[in-house]
Design a protein around this ligand. Sequence first.
Ligand SMILES: Cc1ncc(COP(=O)(O)O)c(C=O)c1O
Length: 381
Amino acid sequence: MTTPPPRRIPLLDLKAQYQSIKSELMEAVERVFDSQQFILGPDVAQLEKELAEYCGAGYAVGCGSGTDALYLALRALDVGPGDEVLTVPFTFFATAGAITNVGAKPVFTDIDPATFNMDPAQACEALRRNPRIKAVLPVHLYGACADLDPILEGARRAGVAVVEDAAQAIGAEYRGKRAGSLGTLGCFSFFPSKNLGGAGEGGMITTNDAALAERLRALRVHGSKVRYYHDEVGTNSRLDSLQAAVLRVKLRHLDEWTQRRQAHAELYGALLGGSGLPIQLPRVPDYATRHVRNQYVIRAARRDELREFLGARGIGSEVYYPLPLHAQKCFAGLGYQAGSFPVSEAAALEVLALPVYSELTEDDLTYVAESIRAFYEGGLR
Ligand SMILES: Cc1ncc(COP(=O)(O)O)c(C=O)c1O
């Protein structure tokens, strides 16, 4: 008979967060029900205002999901059939899925092994070589900004737009400026596991360009600026009032939750840094001046065995992401092979996300760190 693990530390526990703000949430939800206004409406408009300010952007436009945010952003830039969009293969599928769904072709460029984000030198080289690229789509993976200055400069020289995939990086800063305020457009997700997560699907696009904001507001309601009159074909991607009301409550707590995530990352660093174990802790480059720690991802030798071992000790972990996008079946037609992006391919075999949500205790983190040590050193303490 196997003994049950002494404790249970899931990768993410949203119940603890919910309990801590339940009355505020219920009040907000009741207000929406009382109004019986469920689509867009004052809560969405207010959230857009608050989030534009939070992200340091001129405008924010709410939409149905982070995937839709990417789709709408590319549509607003008139990216479509015949165009190519430069992005990384080491990201969540939606990044490249949205490119395909506007009719364009994803073109991949490899990541920097230290940060898991777009390698700016390789990206700039691709921009110089390939005139079909109409936009660059760097991803701020795990909550830290990609190295944007050289990417913005390369894009400027090539005359193309930069769309930030900031789905995992709300509040993250690049040299003191917020994610979503640096590129032409910034895309966010309110998927429940994000740092600012809704009670369902939701997303947002930020920009400093008033004309793009106006176009996005039309694209999310079937391309209509005046009701029942359509200048172009858009889609239905409206943010719900209920989501906006929930997100507005959570936004009030976001900085405090982020600070706790950051403290947890520091503690992992203290517990596991210089341990001599065959793991590599996440490195934060100087330019990533505010890492919001959506995920705490280590590189680990014998990663899958470690994951299993942690699971048996009640510790949740996850692999973000096990198969780079250039190797996905649906993208076989793009013509990439195994070995096309060696840094992404190596990362996919080694990365492991550990629990870092804000309600974790010092004891929890110590238990995770001790378990990792026990795996490599053998024997439990
Ligand atoms: C990097 C990245 N891009 C895009 C998305 C898509 O967001 P959503 O799930 O809200 O459609 C996500 C989140 O799931 C993500 O992590």
